[in-house]
Design a protein around this ligand. Structure first.
Ligand code: NOJ
Length: 561
């Protein structure tokens, strides 16, 4: 397998609105990011993925872009951005920017022109259709509830918006639009950025007929736009026209609905498309037949089954991204660990998983200090468009109870991840001196970066150690992965192997203590404890180990037969 910096990297995602406010307006900004770069350097990450900072009316917090080559006023200026990039590079941190080109804002100049008349040169930059039988052109539902089509009075046609009605889908069938996007990408690469995270990039090729999805009034049309007919052609073109012209560009494509088989096509070494994808299969566990908001229990069998499938699927070609949360998902420790009594141990156990599977780990801001989900007592305190639209639909139209809907928001809502980063125990967790755009989680007095940095036993210092280990040991990056105890109810265990070297990872996923029995094929002469989230007697035999709640251990085994 070829070596590459992006395989060896550990990425840190910044959601700028909630990271650090420098001017007291309650909104995170670029100068706030600059002020915390030493913190990131200390943590040891070497790539930052920055969620959108472009000009935007903020219908979807910057994922609705009205100018791709301008910085959002609330975040600062292009000079601030240039300084931020320079300060990152000085610290050996690369920057990947968010590329949101499945859709733009309806306030983008292209769309303003597109809606003016049917013969405007920009008309075909978007997807317009006449109505069908006095209804929308098809029955697709928007990700943010309601129809995926919006009627436009002026020209008497509908436009497609898979997300909010302020996020019209761009028409990738139009070569002129594609060229504009490639030029914009080159403009940012020429400014010195190191790559892109590509928003829902597997949505850009639609089945041209835009067929109905079944017979329901509104239904998910993903079959007709996820991994669509021209997707590989478009990505290969983008690679040829843009990415291949620069050295060492890092790319990761966000791809809901992608399978491991398809991911091989997107990330295969000789495919000239992308380097990694963000897959969603493991994010979809804990959901019932009604989708994301229909809460259901999850099991280790499900989670491990999915991660294992991806480890195997991309073992020899392609590359995995490793994540358990981001700005769209609930906090990892609340979802897959225990955000109460065993918060610290379970966060460290999950971190051990993310840094010892094969792939590139992505840390979402605050994960490294074990930030948790939030419970606001009223819908009025929530900000996320997906959450607010769903609430309106579920309570207002479907007649669901407020309690039931609030419960799903507590478990799955995107604002769980968007409460301000907790820097210290001062007001608003030190995020702002003003009033934060969304309230801070009230646990900031005990969960914050200042405390975490000082405490040698903290989650932060455990991450730091994992990241440092990864830099020293090729086996963590390139070693082959092999699953052990594949049917165990509560332990996820596996080995990594590189040449003669063998590492063993043992993770107890639950709070009940459990016995780990070493599989016979791993009998060995001696061993060395690499990292663990509890005190461990390093001389203790591991033939049979009583694992404590959420216990994680990594060993190097010598003399395995
Ligand atoms: C995925 C982004 O991560 C999410 O935040 C956004 O709402 C949608 N794509 C639409 O851009």
């Amino acid at each position: 397998m070829n070596k590459a910096f992006w395989k060896e990297a550990v990425v840190y995602q910044i959601y700028p609105r909630s990271f650090k406010d420098s001017n007291g307006d309650g909104i995170g900004d670029l100068r706030g990011i600059i002020s915390q770069l030493d913190y990131l350097k200390d943590l040891g990450v070497n790539v930052v993925w920055l969620s959108p900072v472009y000009q935007s009316p903020n219908d979807d917090n910057g994922y609705d872009i009205s100018h791709y080559q301008a910085i959002m006023d609330e975040f600062g200026t292009i000079a601030d951005w240039e300084e931020m990039l320079e300060e990152m590079h000085k610290r050996g941190i690369k920057l990947i920017m968010d590329l949101v080109v499945n859709h733009s804002s309806d306030e983008h100049d292209w769309f303003v022109k597109s809606r003016q008349s049917k013969d405007n040169p920009y008309r075909d930059y978007y997807i317009w259709r006449p109505g069908k039988d006095e209804r929308e052109p098809n029955n697709w539902v928007s990700v943010f509830s309601g129809s995926a089509w919006e009627w436009d009075e002026k020209t008497g046609e509908y436009f497609l918006h898979i997300f909010s009605k302020k996020q019209p889908d761009l028409n990738w069938e139009n070569p002129k639009l594609r060229q504009e996007i490639y030029d914009m990408m080159k403009w940012w690469l020429d400014k010195g950025i190191d790559g892109f995270r590509m928003d829902v990039i597997n949505f850009i090729s639609k089945v041209p007929e835009l067929p109905d999805a079944g017979t329901e009034r509104y239904a998910w049309g993903g079959d007709y736009f996820m991994n669509g007919p021209r997707i590989h052609e478009f990505l290969q073109e983008m690679n040829r026209e843009v990415l291949s012209k620069y050295d060492d560009v890092m790319t990761v494509g966000e791809m809901p609905g992608v399978t491991a088989e398809e991911a091989k096509l997107y990330t295969g070494e000789n495919r000239n498309e992308l380097q990694m994808v963000f897959q969603f299969e493991h994010m979809d566990i804990g959901s019932g037949p009604g989708g994301k908001w229909d809460l259901a229990p999850w099991t280790l069998h499900q989670l491990r089954g999915i991660l294992h499938k991806w480890q195997e699927g991309l073992a020899n070609d392609g590359w995995n991204s490793l994540y358990l949360n981001n700005h769209d998902q609930p906090r990892m420790v609340s979802r897959f660990g225990d955000d109460g009594e065993h918060r610290v141990e379970s966060a460290k156990m999950l971190a051990t998983l993310l840094h010892t599977l094969k792939g590139t780990p992505y840390i979402y801001q605050g994960e490294e200090i074990g930030m948790t989900n939030v419970k606001f007592d009223s819908i009025d305190r929530y900000k996320d468009i997906e959450t607010l639209n769903m609430y309106r639909d579920a309570v207002g139209q479907q007649g669901k109870s407020v309690e039931q809907v609030m419960e799903s928001i507590y478990v799955k809502g995107r604002d769980n991840a968007r409460t301000p980063m907790q820097w210290d125990a001062s007001d608003n967790g030190g995020f702002t001196t003003g009033t934060p755009w969304i309230e801070t989680n009230s646990n900031y007095t005990t969960i914050n970066a200042e405390l975490a940095v000082q405490d040698p036993q903290s989650i932060f210092n455990y991450y730091k150690k994992l990241i440092a280990l990864r830099k020293r040991h090729d086996i963590m990056v390139y070693g082959d992965y092999e699953l052990l105890l594949e049917n165990h109810d509560s332990i996820y265990a596996y080995t990594r192997k590189l040449g003669e070297e063998v590492w063993l990872v043992i993770l107890n996923f639950f709070k009940e203590p459990v016995k780990f029995e070493l599989p016979a094929q791993l009998h060995h002469e001696s061993r060395e404890l690499i990292i663990s989230n509890y005190e461990v007697d390093s001389k203790e035999s591991i033939a049979s180990v009583s694992l404590r709640p959420y216990e994680a251990r990594v060993y190097r085994l010598q003399g395995v037969q």
